[in-house]
Each structure stands twice: as structure tokens, then as C-alpha cells.
Design a protein around this ligand. Structure first.
Ligand code: PXL
Length: 279
């Protein structure tokens, strides 16, 4: 049976992120994907000066309610960028749709570079912890990890600090925690992960590119979910997802795109993703 994923996040028309990344990535990986758009934005909120949007909060629950009459089993429910007031609704959606074989995967998607995204206040972090409490896997970047752990953000850290963050985040509920954007040494970047049951840490890194690129967290999360739903182990899914992001940045640089908030050229990394899943 083909795997099915429900992903709940916004649709930002301009600036590749959220659903405009998740849908093509998951589809390319052979996963049937239902996307519930939580809002439609003219463009995302980080990097662009301003934006306009239509809020679709009111439409989330009736959609799920309607599905009761139709096929509504999902192998994964994967959440991304959400408004603070949408989180209790998403918790209800999970209660409604989760079965014993549904993986709940949460990309917290609320902060980067030491700061919350412009639309959020501190309350968002405590709401996000409630969602994380119901999850199996969380995929924070380093900034989000610090916020969720209640620790002060620092761009300087050692392996023991990251391990302590991972254990703290696992104590919030999820079985697996994957923190992306870890660099112990200039010119490198990687993902540190933790398996709570096995008490096992893992680290995967490659060489890094200078600067920050928008939408890479969404590309990482979508590629990781796509890999897991194709039956890969989490360890392998992390490697594939990290490499997809690395390649998408390389293609963006190769093409000379100077405005990073338009997102990375992930479309050109999809053949690589598919080739990894065929092995
Ligand atoms: O990539 C995360 C993201 C998703 N959606 C919206 C955003 C952002 C980051 O700022 O603004 C609307």
C-alpha cells in the first residue's frame, strides 16, 4: 500500500518553504501527501520586508471533520510552521487522526539565528512544547532547541552541551530528537540526534557553505519524512536529508542566486533524493 502523509503548515506563495517545499519533496519520493494549508501568505516572513496573508485557521477542523466520511489513515502527520493559536487545533487533529501506526513528526519552525521568527512571541515556545509532548520525532534547528530547552542561545558550544540539549528535549516527550545546524568547527555543519530508548547519540556532518539559506529547515524535514516513509532508518534518513539540503544550496550558489530569502533550488536536488530511496 502506498504510504500517506498529512502535512500541516502554511502555503507561502513566494520564497520556497513550508508546503511549496513539502508537497513536491514528498510526492517525488512516492508518498501520497495531503496538505492542510494553515494560511496562505504572499511570501514568507523571514527576509522579505512585508507580506499579506489569508488566515485559514477556521478551515482546519472542518476539513478533518469532513474526512471522517472518507479515507483518513495517515502513516505520518508532519507539522511545520504554525501560528500560536493553531497549536491547540493541531493537537485535536492528532487526537482525531492518529492511529497506532501513525508517526507524529514535528518541525518546530519558529526561530533561527538566535531569534524567534517575526510573527512569534515567547508564548509560542510553551505552546510548541505541548505539541512536542505528543510527537515521536522532533526536528529543531539549534536556535529552536535552545528555546525549547529554556536555555540561553549560544553560538559557541561543545559536544557535551548538544548532548545535554538532546536529552532535555527528549524528556519533553519525543522518542527521537534531531538537531540540525550544528558546527563544532568552521567550514562544517551537521545534525546531532538522540534515540531516547536506546540512549544512543549520532552525529553526521559535511562541509558547509558560507551564509544562511532560507527554507532549508523545511527541506531537511520534508526530505527526512520522505525517507522514513520509504522505509529507511532514522540514521540514514538524516544523512539523506542533510545531503539534499547541501546539494540544493550548492545548486543555488552555482546558479548565482544572490537573494537567499527566495529559498534554495531544491527542485534540482530531487533526482538525488529519489536515487537515495531507490537503493
Ligand atoms: O521556513 C519557515 C517558515 C515557514 N513559513 C513562514 C515563514 C517561515 C520562516 O520565516 O515565515 C510563513
Amino acid at each position: 500500500m502506498q504510504k500517506r502523509c498529512l502535512t500541516i503548515q502554511d502555503y507561502s506563495c513566494l520564497g520556497r518553504c513550508s508546503l511549496t517545499v513539502a508537497l513536491p519533496v514528498l510526492s517525488a519520493a512516492g508518498i501520497e501527501t495531503c496538505g492542510i494549508p494553515t494560511a496562505v501568505l504572499s511570501n514568507h516572513t523571514a527576509g522579505f520586508k512585508d507580506w499579506t496573508y489569508a488566515d485559514l485557521t477556521e478551515y482546519i477542523k472542518p476539513t478533518v471533520e469532513h474526512w471522517k466520511n472518507y479515507r483518513h489513515h495517515f502513516d505520518a502527520i508532519y507539522t511545520g510552521y504554525l501560528a500560536t493559536e493553531q497549536i491547540p487545533i493541531i493537537l485535536d487533529v492528532i487526537k482525531e487522526l492518529k492511529t497506532s501506526d501513525t508517526a507524529i513528526i514535528v518541525d518546530p519552525a519558529f526561530a533561527d539565528g538566535g531569534k524567534l521568527y517575526p510573527a512569534f512571541k515567547d508564548e509560542h515556545v510553551s505552546m510548541m512544547k505541548k505539541l512536542i509532548a505528543q510527537s515521536d520525532i522532533i526536528l529543531p534547528n539549534l536556535t529552536e532547541a535552545y528555546f525549547l530547552a529554556g536555555d540561553k542561545y549560544s553560538s559557541v558550544y561543545e559536544e557535551k552541551d548538544i548532548k545535554s540539549l538532546l536529552v532535555k528535549l527528549a524528556s519533553l516527550g519525543p522518542k527521537y530528537v534531531v538537531i540540525s545546524g550544528i558546527s563544532f568547527e568552521e567550514g562544517t555543519i551537521g545534525c546531532f540526534s538522540y534515540d531516547k530508548e536506546k540512549k544512543k547519540f549520532d552525529f553526521y556532518q559535511t562541509r558547509s557553505y558560507q551564509g544562511t539559506y532560507h527554507g532549508t529547515g523545511d527541506l531537511f524535514a520534508s526530505s527526512l519524512v520522505a525517507s522514513l516513509l520509504n522505509g529507511t532508518t532514522l540514521t540514514k534518513a538524516i544523512k539523506i536529508a542533510h545531503n539534499v539540503v547541501h546539494l540544493a544550496i550548492a545548486k543555488t550558489i552555482e546558479d548565482g542566486e544572490p537573494e537567499i530569502y527566495y529559498g534554495v533550488e531544491f527542485e534540482k536536488a530531487l533526482p538525488y533524493l529519489i536515487s537515495c530511496l531507490e537503493k
